[in-house]
Design a protein. Structure first.
Length: 156
């Protein structure tokens, strides 16, 4: 699949980023999720009862809002890959770093092993795949062609 043409790599990269954007935006409802529902969900997945303190509620809800906003930003990145190329690379590198960091943190704080494996097992390859697709998207055999330039600027 390393012979993937730049145009197809762009389409796949855009799709992958948009899929991630949607997943991230799914966190928005948790901002206003009733405490009882949030606690029930935590118990159901084996995390036990949640702390009913203002600090916990603040952190849980602001983190959900932050994930959702990252989803909006990711959607915007996918909308114009040439324009946001440096941020797409940052997104891929950040996903890899988060995969390593979150997995370590999950294990340190005592999250279930399956939680750590899913979180890191998702972020690491997704970040690597974003970087790989971005590299394929920007490669060309003709040094005079700037595949990052929008079509209107390249004269095509």
């Amino acid at each position: 699949m390393s012979s993937l043409p730049p145009e197809r790599a762009s389409r796949w990269l855009r799709r992958l980023l948009r899929l991630n954007a949607v997943v991230l935006m799914l966190a928005f409802p948790a901002v206003v999720l009733p405490d009882v529902w949030m606690n029930s969900a935590a118990i159901t997945i084996g995390l036990g009862e949640l702390s009913d303190t203002p600090l916990f509620n603040y952190l849980a809800r602001t983190l959900s809002a932050l994930y959702g906003m990252c989803g909006i930003a990711t959607w915007i990145l996918a909308s114009d890959l040439p324009r946001y190329a440096p941020l797409v690379k940052l997104w891929g590198c950040s996903a890899i770093a988060a995969g390593v960091g979150f997995t370590m943190l999950d294990l340190i704080v005592g999250m279930p092993g399956v939680w750590a494996a899913i979180e890191g097992g998702y972020l690491l390859p997704t970040g690597a795949f974003v970087l790989w697709l971005d590299a394929l998207r920007t490669r060309t055999n003709d040094p005079l062609v700037d595949v990052q330039a929008p079509l209107s600027e390249s004269g095509s």
